[in-house]
Design a protein around this ligand. Sequence first.
Ligand code: ACO
Length: 382
Amino acid sequence: MTEPDIKKGLAGVVVDYTAISKVNPETNSLLYRGYPVQELAATQPLEAVAYLLWNGELPDAEQLAELRLTERAHRAIPDDVRTTIDLVPLDAHPMDEVRTAVSLIGARDLAGSGSVLDASGSPEQNLERSIRLFAVLPAIVAYGQRRRRGLEPVAPRDDLDYAANFLWMTFGEEADEVVVDAFNRSMILYAEHSFNASTFTARVITSTLSDLYSAVVGAIGALKGPLHGGANEAVLHIFDEIGSAENVGAWLDQALAEKRKIMGFGHRVYKRGDSRVPTMKAALDTLVEHYDRPEVAALYDALESEFVARKGIYPNLDYPSGPAYNLIGFDTLTFTPLFVAARVTGWTAHIMEQLTSNTLIRPLSEYNGPDERHIDGYVADT
Ligand code: ACO
């Protein structure tokens, strides 16, 4: 019998076309709808990038104004969603809180919509749902952090753009421009990355003609894991363990002896460095300077150079974004929910793309369990 050609983890398998983003590990580049992500991060607000991902083109002034109007109108958390968030234990992971909130938002929105046959929605409905989720997620994430700190929620401000308002709702004060800019860049870098695990999860769910909210809830579940989005949180735990740059060598000796994965390093697609890291590292550098925290950069550089020298494995986006979010003042547990708020743009773009030429995603497996056998009078001993 010939051995089946099993592609564990679907590594190297091309499962479909996408016009949303192109990751090229050879040239170390990432394009959103043709535009280099570095250019977008340097010049655009996240709202414009969201528009680009959803519609294929950057918005003109009128289109951006219209999107912003809708986004600002849907920033507040509905009361019953907030009440439900309050039911989530304070010591639950905030990703569970975000997942629960999105699930309820979906149930509210789809209530009375009838049969599952209509679940997948029209392109117009899905675009509207995408914008509304994009609009409300910052308030959910910000509220989560404030709730854990015993603080009252801060109402959104419709005179502030997305990134500035996100920081306002989290900290209750207007952030400096340099901080808003670094945060906006990070959100753009996180917005989209082709068929990563969470996006693929969303596409699998969508391929059954389920609804957009179910697909986003599933994607949040996939993103939570430390091999994917959870790594930005894990990077901070590592920084806390190491303490300072001079401890890196000894810490790494032990971590490698214990065969630990060093979070924030390595990538399934990029083997010679993640295309997003230089832009995010530059944003981290501006924050280090702004907050006058050179020891953070020292630890960052020491761990990177030591680990790359020993293993030849390069940092991924989570490596600079973890310390950047820490400097801004986000709790470590809030980092992966920030990733959700950004990536919801990419997820929903993929959900809509999947529906334009849908085929049920259903791979095969090779059975390696027991040969056929029979009950033969077996009774469980209860
Ligand atoms: N630390 C230590 N060793 C590593 C790391 C790491 N971060 N990454 C890869 N390796 C090693 C593996 O142990 C393996 O070694 P071996 O061949 O001796 O067994 C080899 O490199 C290949 O690693 P795989 O895990 O098989 O590579 P894969 O492509 O499946 O994994 C992944 C990619 C999951 C991202 C991996 O590099 C990893 O676990 N990194 C840490 C978690 C992380 O940072 N995730 C964020 C991903 S990017 C994002 O979501 C924005």
